[in-house]
Design a protein around this ligand. Structure first.
Ligand code: HOZ
Length: 432
């Protein structure tokens, strides 16, 4: 029963384009009516009709400790009474910067912004300002927010809706965006050779999360690091999803590869609108007011976002066993799903790294955008709706990752796996 959501969706479409404020939420690729959410607590979300769902989106990553984690809620409430924004510096921002620097490897300085998009956009501008070069390399199916330069061959909603060219993004902007398949070092080497001395940055999701979950192949990130070192290219890790989720020090720590700049997003706000970029001091010093690479924002370092993020990150720092718990729960889910889906009669691939996991219906490994696109995403849509109708809320696209929280219990996972097993997936596999 999604009566209220249907009503709300109809009402929303009159004043909000497509009825949503971020395209993937519209359920267009999976079909049906998006659920309008009323509230969430721990591992569960409740829609406007009062139905309960086990949540595997977790606000696309930040709810590592589950929804409405009490210390975060309390900290926001207390802080809100002191006013919600000043447009002037606060001690909280220093606490937050010091905490991030203490947790993330190779981050000497950090600048707070308001979203992951802003973080990536600013990091790229900084890399260009630092190197005096214009071009950069990104990977097909990676998504670094919606700044113009990143929308070329992007993942997430751009991939979900199969958008090939984006009106409004000028050819001039896209011309400096070079793309390579994820996990393909040879293409990167060739691009660097063909554009010698012109490439400012290579930006990568160290674990891709916007074409489903795609872990880096052994040696891929290390190879990129070596190319950057050799060519004086700034290596940017987009840790909007992986930062503080895969380890206290994010993917850099977990995978043991050093980045020059790192971008963060929603995770560091514990669900509040926030982002940040940081890295090597000699690069960060190019940012205004120290240098002339300009970047600014009234809501940057907003006190509510800072206190929420600080409270969550501090909990993660003080309790490293959380990462073991996240891994164990995700492995348990992985094993359960593998067994359950074996009954569905169609080949499938489950990719996982840490507490990021996803399912593609494919008979081949899914290790880049081409293989993610070649999977049977119609079958994914059937799977998605079967799960949703039975109270399991998965990302409404095969081009997104599922995120696990500590609030998820073994019982929730058992229930999820049972439901997955019960769904009859009769659609024949057609990888073409
Ligand atoms: N592009 C986001 C996930 N990769 C979805 C954001 C949202 O709809 O909230």
């Amino acid at each position: 029963m999604i009566t209220k959501s249907k009503e709300l969706f109809e009402r929303a479409q009159k004043t909000i384009p497509g009825g949503v404020n971020s395209p993937v939420r519209a359920f267009r690729s999976v079909g049906g009516t998006p659920l309008f959410i009323e509230k969430a607590k721990g591992a569960y979300m409740y829609d406007a009709d009062g139905s309960k769902y086990i949540d595997y989106i977790n606000s696309w990553g930040p709810m590592i400790l589950g929804h409405a984690y009490e210390p975060v809620v309390k900290a926001i409430q207390e802080r809100a009474a002191l006013s919600t924004s000043f447009g002037a510096p606060t001690e909280l921002e220093i606490d937050m910067a010091e905490l991030i620097v203490s947790m993330a490897p190779n981050v000497d300085m950090v600048r707070m912004v308001s979203s992951g998009t802003e973080a990536c956009m600013s990091a790229l501008r900084l890399a260009r300002g630092f190197t005096g070069r214009n071009k950069f390399i990104k990977f097909e199916g990676c998504y670094h927010g919606h700044a113009d330069a990143f929308l070329v061959k992007a993942g997430s909603g751009v991939a979900t809706f199969n958008i090939q060219t984006i009106p409004g993004v000028t050819a001039g902007v896209s011309m400096d965006t070079l793309t390579a398949p994820y996990n393909d070092l040879e293409v990167v080497e060739q691009l660097v050779k063909d554009n010698s001395g012109e490439i400012a940055a290579i930006i990568v999701e160290p674990v891709a999360g916007n074409m489903g979950c795609i872990p880096p192949a052994p040696g891929f990130l290390e190879g990129l690091r070596a190319i950057c070192d050799k060519e004086g290219i700034v290596f940017i890790f987009d840790e909007v999803m992986t930062g503080f989720r895969l380890a206290p020090g994010g993917a850099q720590e977990r995978l043991g590869v050093r980045a020059d700049l790192v971008t963060y997003g929603k995770v560091i706000g514990g669900g509040m609108p926030v982002g940040a970029f940081g890295g090597r001091k000699d690069i960060m010093e190019y940012i205004a007011p120290l240098g002339n690479v300009y970047q600014a924002g009234t809501l940057s370092g907003n006190p509510l976002a800072m206190i929420a993020g600080y409270t969550m990150l501090k909990t993660l720092k003080d309790n490293p066993s959380i990462y073991k718990e996240l891994d164990e729960k995700t492995i348990y889910l992985h094993k359960g799903l593998k067994k359950a889906l074996a009954k569905c009669g169609s080949p499938f691939v489950i990719n996982r790294l840490g507490s990021m996991i996803s399912v593609h219906f494919s008979d081949k490994p899914v290790n880049n955008f081409a293989s993610a696109s070649a999977a049977n995403n119609t079958l994914f849509n059937t799977f998605f709706h079967g799960m949703l109708e039975n109270g399991v809320y998965l990302p409404p696209s095969a081009f997104e990752t599922w995120f696990i929280s500590t609030a998820l219990s073994a019982k929730d996972i058992d229930e999820t796996v049972d439901i997955a097993g019960e769904i009859t997936l009769n659609t024949p596999l057609n990888p073409s």
